[in-house]
Design a protein around this ligand. Structure first.
Ligand code: LAG
Ligand code: CA
Length: 598
């Protein structure tokens, strides 16, 4: 039973065993002894999974947002003809219809037509964004009492799919599903896992030349349309040799050039390890997912900085994520529902050089696992059931995690620091950590409920920088960064992200404040004021100034202070107590001030 639960995420669901738990075998974290790893990612490697978005909406998003924000790819939901399941009375049409192919026709799904699909691929390519198709090639449909109709109008029954390409040229029938027609029961038996039925889904005989030829035709037709890569569904249920033959037969991608990027969905375990598929592409690293999701959920993140091989996989072998469309339903350690902590984890994934990141973008399913995407109901003459509505990030129905300020800002950060190593720069307890990315970036993460007054060395050149992970910014001066990292927030500075006209964006221009203040040992000086960057009059959250042995009692730092911004200097003691500057509030920027004198 335990093996079955670890063996397939979906398996746990059909068995009704509830949520998966983190296995006892989670990779232990080694202490940070190794020299900083060289980053594996190229620029613009971030992929967003626009789960269930229709083709027109993906195209618009590539042009309006993803290209400009620096995303490199979109994983789209499966484009092949799917079953149509009016699930419950009144109709539900669950999202998982898509994972039951009826044919390889791209002609019509709930997400649009083949023409819409091709337009999307072209528009995204024009904006530098690669389309990754979720390729369902291990199986066809589950059982059905009578003959049914697929989304593109093809009549089918289980094991009989009469028209794979819409031109009468190819079909699958009973013998194409040999040798096993039963559900996988023993998840410790590799032969069974690869040959028998996952979730009662008719399992293709991928060893047969006829079956392989249809799969490679489907994938190569997508490549000919300009599709740049694949997320292969349920890879571990396809024997390695069969997978190798299929991947070998793929054409080069027109436009982008070279072989398609392939990543395999492998829920690695002892029976079928992740590494079985690394010869054929990258693999989805669920060990990473468990580590980062539980680490951030528990505020225990310092062990995540140095993470050379989650699940025994190298950075180059791994596709990483905080959640995906399955885990957000069946194993929801950390998802959009959790708010700040979730976005913080996503920001960390993007800041860190390990793996190729996939950002999840969801619709709000309100805890109903089967709930399909927001839709416009049935459309006359369209056999695809409920038709997906256009995505709208300003509506609460579409969550659009990828548009979150911290997430999209960190995509820029990631591109700016591409190819650099990681050097840890600060740690505070187990919930706060900061690191450099070469000399190109500095990022700090605070997975706690209190603001973090950070002082750390950095290799980032001196200057004023915007915060890529949220409002405000910080100054690097004399190779030191001093800043307030908000509760459950991040600070990320990068070359190319220097402050422009209205740095900080939060109460006015960023100005350097130099203050003469005598303090007791251990006290800090904060600029505290009315804006959120200045702590909203909360001394601990104000902008911290720094001093040094040769500069004391001069303190300096930068803060966004507009002409009307009211503020004061405050000495903050280690126990949190505050000693306010006497007199009236200061108003507006001031370059050089002395405690109490104005
Ligand atoms: C995957 N990766 O390997 C997908 O990420 C995952 O979302 C797919 O399951 C699974 N493998 C098969 O492609 C999803 C749903 C299942 C659904 C299945 C087929 O999580 O719940 O199964 O798609 O539509 C459904 C019913 C099952 C039933 C099956 C066949 O839930 O109870 O046995 O259909 O009728
Ligand atoms: Ca199989």
């Amino acid at each position: 039973m335990r093996t079955a639960r670890l063996g397939a995420l979906a398996g746990a669901v059909v068995l009704g065993t509830g949520l998966l738990t983190v296995p006892a075998s989670a990779t232990p974290q080694e202490p940070a002894q190794a020299p900083p790893a060289v980053a594996q990612e190229g620029a613009a490697d971030t992929i967003v999974h626009l789960f269930q978005w229709n083709w027109d909406s993906v195209a618009a998003e590539c042009a309006d947002f993803l290209g400009p924000a620096g995303y490199g790819g979109v994983q789209v939901s499966p484009p092949q003809e799917h079953v149509v399941v009016p699930f419950s009375e009144g109709g539900n049409y669950p999202w998982w219809q898509d994972y039951q192919p009826v044919s390889y026709q791209v002609d019509n799904t709930r997400r649009g037509t083949a023409e819409d699909f091709e337009d999307m691929v072209a528009t995204c390519a024009d904006n530098g964004v690669r389309i990754y198709v979720d390729a369902v090639i291990n199986h066809m449909t589950g059982p059905q009492e009578e003959t049914s109709t697929g989304s593109a109008g093809t009549e089918w029954e289980q094991y009989e799919y009469p028209d794979l390409f819409g031109d009468g040229s190819a079909a699958y029938s009973y013998e194409d599903f040999a040798p096993c027609y039963d559900t996988i029961e023993n998840w410790d038996d590799k032969w069974e896992v690869q040959n028998c039925q996952l979730l009662d889904l008719a399992d293709l005989d991928t060893g047969s030349p006829h079956v392989r030829a249809q799969i490679t035709r489907y994938l190569n037709e997508l490549i000919a349309m300009g599709v740049g890569g694949f997320r292969v569904d349920a890879s571990k249920h396809i024997a390695e040799d069969d997978m190798g033959a299929i991947i070998d037969a793929l054409d080069e991608v027109p436009g982008f050039g070279g072989a398609p990027h392939v990543y395999h969905e492998v829920y690695g375990d002892q029976t079928v390890p992740y590494t079985a598929y690394t010869p054929y592409g990258q693999v989805t690293n669920f060990d990473y997912k468990r580590d980062i999701a539980s680490g951030f959920a528990n505020g225990d993140i310092t062990g995540l900085t140095d993470m050379p091989d989650h699940g025994g996989l190298t950075s180059a072998e791994s596709v990483v994520f905080v959640d995906n469309h399955d885990t957000q339903r069946y194993e929801p350690t950390l998802t959009y529902v959790d708010g700040d902590r979730y976005y913080l984890a996503t920001a960390f994934m993007l800041a860190h050089p390990y793996g190729t990141p996939v950002v999840m973008s969801s619709y709000d399913f309100q805890g109903n696992d089967t709930e399909g995407p927001p839709n416009i109901g049935e459309v006359d003459g369209n056999p695809a059931g409920w038709i997906t509505e256009d995505s709208d990030c300003s509506s609460s129905d579409w969550v659009c995690e990828h548009r979150d300020e911290a997430v999209s800002g960190m995509v820029s950060f990631r591109n700016a620091v591409s190819g650099t190593g990681l050097t840890e720069r600060a740690q505070d307890g187990s919930s706060r950590v900061a690191f450099d990315r070469g000399e190109s970036g500095f990022a700090a993460f605070n997975a706690s409920g209190q603001a973090w007054q950070l002082n750390a060395p950095t290799s980032l050149p001196d200057g004023d920088y915007d915060n890529a992970a949220g409002p405000g910014g910080a100054t690097v001066s004399g190779g030191q960064v001093s800043a307030t990292v908000p509760a459950d927030g991040a600070l990320a500075l990068h070359v190319g992200g220097e402050c422009g006209q209205d740095c900080g964006g939060n109460g006015g221009d960023r100005v350097t404040v130099t203050a003469t203040v005598h303090t007791y040992f251990g006290q800090e000086v904060h600029v505290v004021g009315s804006t959120s960057e200045l702590g909203s009059w909360n001394p601990a959250d104000g902008a911290a100034l720094t001093t040094g042995a040769d500069t004391y009692p001069q303190w300096s730092g930068s803060a966004a202070i507009g002409p009307d911004t009211e503020w004061k200097l405050v000495k903050v003691s280690p126990d949190g107590s505050a000693d306010w500057e006497p007199g009236a509030n200061r108003v507006g920027p001031a370059a050089s001030v002395t405690w109490g004198q104005r």
